[in-house]
Design a binder for this molecule. Structure first.
Ligand SMILES: [Zn+2]
Length: 384
């Protein structure tokens, strides 16, 4: 299912190929996030034109709205949203632990109230796998316990034990035809818990492994450590996925640490704030200081927005609340993340990744505001 094509000589970066029921994915890969059955503001044609290989869908949100009956009647999630390429579905664990209003953790799952209308619901390993089977995703994720980064060591240990137990239950559940299932390693910033969780999950034998419990509001150094403490215990010949990360510079650094798959809401979320990613950091288009700035968002970018519109025009659209402005920033930001991954793949193939990494990270100025936005997701439970 996963073929390791090349390992970088000077870092842990890998070039790979993941074969799923609906197509082959070149890794390292970025997966645009279609939380509620749509990558916000982008349509399937645009996504495919900009090189999207796989998108993400979300069990928790789709289960609440529109509900499984509708998706079943449509013939599965791919048909419902008219997307032929692979879909990875998150299990809902992250949302239950960060979004849902009231919850009671039980032996076989979590009782919670919907963040939409307060309905009492239950989601556990069995339910999460059943929903993902009906959605018909190509990669399903196990239902895990994702504790906040402020948890005590004792709480993290309990979450790890529960995660392992639930992972085993998930592994036993029926799956859709050709559906792969990935385990999720928890353990916070505790090296020994990360190792313990990774080893236990590898023993259960999944098709791939995710590093969870990152992007939950922790500082960047801690996030990098969590990844470093997990990767050595994952099999070489299977894909590794860092959940919910990150900024462009973080993606480069995570690839260098041996991660193959990423998903993040940042490209579309910051677009909605009128902010654009560039290879040198973020810039505010909406609050652009120069009203008559006739340059594209980023010189040399070949996305639809940069080929067709100036910063001045986009600034105007954003300031008068025209939807096109928001859409074009979403196009540019998503394209940038996808292009970055394709550049990374080319550099690993050519043996020039380390030089690329050094230059990219040196030129990229991280915005504290953007980093903070990433952290707030889990802490405050935003809608993604
Ligand atoms: Zn562009």
């Amino acid at each position: 299912m996963f073929e390791l094509l090349k390992s970088d000589a000077e870092s842990k970066a890998r070039l790979g190929r993941l074969t799923t029921a609906r197509g082959v994915i070149d890794t390292p890969v970025f997966m645009p996030v279609g939380t509620q059955g749509s990558v916000k503001a982008l349509d399937p044609r645009e996504l495919q034109e900009m090189g999207t290989q796989i998108i993400l869908g979300n069990t928790y949100h789709l289960y609440i709205r529109p509900g499984l009956d509708i998706i079943r009647e449509a013939g599965g999630l791919h048909r419902f949203i008219n997307w032929d390429l692979p879909i990875l579905t998150d299990s809902g664990g992250f949302q239950v632990f960060s979004l849902a209003k009231i919850r009671k953790i039980k032996a076989h799952g979590v009782e919670f109230r919907s963040h939409v209308d307060g309905t009492l619901l239950f989601l556990g390993p069995k339910e999460a796998m059943e929903i993902q089977r009906l959605l018909g995703s190509d990669v399903a994720m196990v239902f895990d316990d994702c504790p906040p980064h402020t948890s005590t060591a004792k709480e993290v240990r309990a979450a790890v034990e529960r995660t392992i137990r639930w992972a085993k239950e998930c592994r036993e559940q029926p799956r859709a035809e050709g559906q792969a299932v990935f385990g999720i390693v928890q353990g916070g910033n505790h090296a020994e818990l990360r190792e313990e969780c990774a080893r236990a999950l590898v023993a259960v034998q999944f098709d791939g492994y995710a590093i969870g419990g990152v992007s939950v509001g922790e500082p960047e150094a801690e996030m990098m450590k969590a990844v470093e403490h997990t990767v050595p215990f994952l099999p070489q010949n299977q894909p590794r996925y860092a959940m919910g990360l990150g900024t462009p510079a973080q993606l480069v650094e995570l690839v260098a640490r041996g991660v193959d798959m990423f998903d993040c809401v940042l490209p579309t979320r910051v677009a909605r704030n009128g902010t654009a990613f560039t290879t040198r950091g973020t810039i505010s288009i909406k609050a652009g200081l120069v009203k008559a700035d006739w340059r594209p968002i980023e010189e040399g970018c070949e996305c639809f927005a940069c080929r067709n519109f100036s910063r001045a025009y986009l600034r105007h659209l954003l300031n008068v609340g025209e939807i096109l402005g928001l859409r074009m920033l979403s196009v540019h930001n998503s394209y940038l993340f996808l292009k970055l991954m394709s550049d990374i793949r080319a550099h690993i193939a050519a043996g020039t990744f380390t030089q690329f990494r050094r230059e990219f990270v040196a030129n990229y100025v991280p915005s504290q505001k953007v980093l903070a936005t990433r952290g707030q997701t889990a802490v405050r439970g935003a809608d993604e």
